[in-house]
Design a protein around this ligand. Structure first.
Ligand SMILES: Cc1cc2nc3c(=O)[nH]c(=O)nc-3n(C[C@H](O)[C@H](O)[C@H](O)COP(=O)(O)OP(=O)(O)OC[C@H]3O[C@@H](n4cnc5c(N)ncnc54)[C@H](O)[C@@H]3O)c2cc1C
Length: 328
């Protein structure tokens, strides 16, 4: 059995101080970290509970944006009236994830930091996993890789990021606000998660000991024309095979702005600026949606068991754009 100490932080400063101890890890809702501890994947020596920090509110930003505290539960964010009104895409993505019980426990900070669901990462019966043990190899490459990446993978790792929330946040150009020993830092969501490259053990650009304190959403005009589509093996309580967060700003029938992010296909939410630009200044018709969808999966390199994801992602983008734009 793993022995670890437990402290509940009373303030952000105390949390940051406690996090400097060797082997310390923050714990929010614990819905991912404790599973990983039980599986023997993570072995923290000290847990710093940040779930009761006074960072569980939604506040309005000048111009119409929102700041969402990192300790808000996924359920509370999804149900918040300002989130539902201004960022329905985020509420939809959150409600597509996990189960009501899990969403009540899971925090915004923990959701951003949740780890991949690659079977080979989770199952320590497989000794090799570059994400668990750098340099040991990637059994998923020659193994069962139906759920794995089709975009942005490396020779070292083909895992995907499992978060629904992060896909919507990517489309909404969210900013992650973090506090560390050096003060506060802001990271654009699109730069927050990393591609695996040669360092698949690092999922994000958060520094060790840094605490996520909030997520900020800039003002958005996408709300009336947005849609989160999640395709999975079961109708609920399953991770995405492919998901799409799509938002459009329409001027009559013409697309003025577009944001599309794909989930379930890469080590981070996947955005392709050229795909969004292809929609601008023209009506959202079948040809425009098909062109954008093709650009979203351009360069895809499927594994042995997941070539279906390329076509699935392409069709999911067309479908999500159609619903967002009122075509479907
Ligand atoms: C059965 C099951 C099904 C699920 N299905 C889905 C799904 O369909 N879609 C989906 O998106 N998710 C799904 N999830 C995952 C779920 O969303 C995550 O477990 C949850 O969001 C993690 O949040 P948490 O607060 O519990 O994190 P924790 O488990 O407490 O922490 C996770 C990680 O984040 C770090 N951390 C926590 N808070 C902070 C912070 N403020 N700053 C820095 N680091 C921090 C911790 O150190 C840890 O490394 C599922 C989980 C389970 C168990």
């Amino acid at each position: 059995m793993l022995a670890f100490s437990y402290d509940r932080a009373g303030s952000v400063d105390e949390a940051l101080r406690l996090a400097q101890q060797p082997g310390a890890r923050f714990i929010g809702g614990g819905t991912n970290l404790l599973d990983l501890v039980k599986a023997g994947v993570e072995q923290p020596q000290r847990l710093v509970d940040v779930s009761r920090l006074p960072l569980a509110a939604v506040t309005e930003l000048p111009g119409g944006g929102l700041r969402i505290g990192a300790m808000m539960s996924n359920a509370d964010v999804a149900g918040h009236s300002l989130v539902r009104e201004r960022y329905p895409l985020l509420a939809q993505a959150l409600l597509a994830g996990a189960s009501p019980q899990l969403r009540n426990m899971a925090t915004v900070g923990g959701n951003l930091m949740q780890r991949t669901r690659c079977h080979y990462f989770y199952d320590t019966g497989f000794e090799a996993c570059n994400k668990r043990l750098p340099g040991s190899g990637c059994p998923a490459r020659a193994g069962v890789n139906r759920i794995h990446a089709i975009l942005g993978a490396s020779a070292q790792c083909i895992a995907v990021n499992p978060s629904d929330m992060s896909v919507a946040l990517a489309a909404l150009d969210a900013v992650v606000v973090a506090r560390g020993a050096g003060g506060e830092r802001r990271l654009a969501l699109r730069d927050f998660h990393r591609l695996p490259g040669d360092t698949p053990q690092r999922d994000t650009n958060l520094a060790p000991g840094e605490l996520i304190v909030a997520v900020e959403l800039p003002p958005s005009r996408l709300a009336p024309h947005s849609h989160y589509l999640k395709v999975r093996d079961r109708a609920s309580y399953a991770f995405a095979l492919v998901s799409v967060a799509a938002g459009l700003e329409m001027d009559g029938g013409t697309v003025r702005a577009a944001a599309i992010a794909l989930g379930g296909v890469a080590h981070k939410p996947w955005r392709v600026p050229q795909a969004e630009q292809a929609l601008l200044g023209r009506p959202l018709d079948a040809a425009a949606a098909a062109q954008a969808a093709a650009l979203m999966v351009r360069g895809a390199q499927p594994q042995a068991h997941n070539a279906f994801k390329v076509e699935l992602a392409r069709r999911a983008v067309i479908r999500a754009l159609g619903v967002a734009g009122g075509m479907a």
